[in-house]
Design a protein around this ligand. Structure first.
Ligand code: PEP
Ligand code: MN
Length: 355
């Protein structure tokens, strides 16, 4: 590995930026030069081949874009990185002196593709960053990294870009912070870069997501930047100008706690994320419980039975006390919890019986 890349690999924070896609020579060179002018960027990115959801969308400019990117590297002195998904992409990228490769989220999910890329890299000394797979499956992420390590890639990095989730959330891809935190626990010495652009899918949340990753002791950021974001050929909503990026980076609080303190914060965050997850599951379950209460309400209504059936309630409480004792939950807590649940349940049934 070249000396400049070796030192970059361990630099903290490492900031990668560039357009989602290379579009024209002018767009790419201008973006690169304006990014370099901020003095805040360590590496240029650009999508050359774009894995798009539907055919007919802009699928990347291809090899010409690599020529422009190499020119941008020469003009700015910044190393360059692109996404590769096939052996052919690897071959082309290496031909045009790309310094670091990355595997995209849509590729990480597919072991055939990851293996093809890995095989093309056998004997090549180049760092490769692996984006998390689209779905929340850590083993698939780990598997992709292992395929690269097995062919001799010594410098593997991770990029957290969030996970697909069905339905509307405020994010394009849910961050599920507990997952990258777990990866950091497993690979404490590997760079872990946050890609807030693909997590957010918009400009408004970029700053807060970037800050969160810094607070969680990530190694750096990959953020998409474009000279004319609104007219970008892909991911227009989430890109920002190089100058807006500089402003955002300046506004972030870069913490520099002692290592032990950082480890403490990371461990705390890990536990908190797990608690959030459990709380979320608990609420979902309580919601399901109330749906059952609604069904019972309907049944009672049809059969003219009273809502409160004291025997049934005593039964529930007594078995909960016994279980609570095994789980280390006080009788008092069980009482309060069941009172609240019972009341909510009765309200649900009341509503149904009086509809
Ligand atoms: C990208 O970085 O432009 C990209 C396609 O990202 P992802 O693989 O995370 O969707
Ligand atoms: Mn993109």
């Amino acid at each position: 590995m070249k000396e400049n890349i070796k030192s970059l690999w361990i630099k903290r924070p490492i900031i990668i930026s560039g357009p989602c896609s290379a579009e024209t020579e002018d767009q790419l060179i201008q973006t690169a030069e304006r990014l370099a002018a901020t003095g805040k960027i360590d590496m240029l990115r650009a999508g050359i081949w774009k894995p798009r959801t539907k055919p007919g969308m802009f699928e990347g400019i291809g090899t010409n874009g690599l020529k422009w990117l190499l020119q941008a590297k020469k003009n700015t002195g910044l190393p360059i990185t692109v996404e590769v998904a096939t052996a052919k992409h690897v071959e082309e990228a290496l031909k045009y002196e790309v310094d670091v490769l990355w595997i995209g989220a849509r590729t990480t999910v597919n072991p055939f593709s990851v293996q093809e890329v890995a095989d093309a890299l056998r004997g090549v000394d180049i760092p490769v960053m692996v984006k998390n797979p689209l779905n929340a499956d850590l083993e698939l992420w780990v598997g992709a990294m292992e395929r690269l390590q097995k062919v001799g890639i010594e410098n593997v990095g991770m990029i957290h870009r969030g996970f697909s989730s069905y339905g509307n959330t405020e994010f394009r891809n849910a961050p599920m912070w507990h997952l990258p935190i777990e990866m950091k626990r497993r690979y404490p010495d590997m760079p872990l870069i946050c890609d807030p652009s693909h997590i957010c899918g918009n400009r408004t949340l970029l700053q807060q997501v970037s800050q969160k990753s810094i607070d969680l002791d990530f190694s750096g950021l990959m953020i998409e930047s474009h000279i004319d974001p609104d007219n970008a050929w892909s991911d227009a909503k989430q890109q920002i100008t190089p100058e807006a990026l500089k402003e955002m980076l300046d506004a972030l609080a870069w913490r520099s706690e002692l290592i032990s303190e950082q480890q403490f914060i990371t461990a705390l965050a890990h536990l908190r994320e797990q608690i959030n997850q459990v709380d979320d599951e608990l609420l979902t379950l309580i919601g399901q419980r109330m749906k059952l209460a609604d069904k019972i309400g309907n049944y009672k209504k049809e059969n003219n039975i009273t809502i409160l059936q004291t025997n049934r309630w005593n039964e529930i409480l007594n078995s909960a006390f016994a279980k609570g004792e095994l789980l280390g939950l006080s009788k008092e807590f069980i009482m309060r919890y069941f009172d609240a649940v019972h009341l909510e349940s009765i309200n649900h049934q009341n509503k149904i019986m009086n509809e």
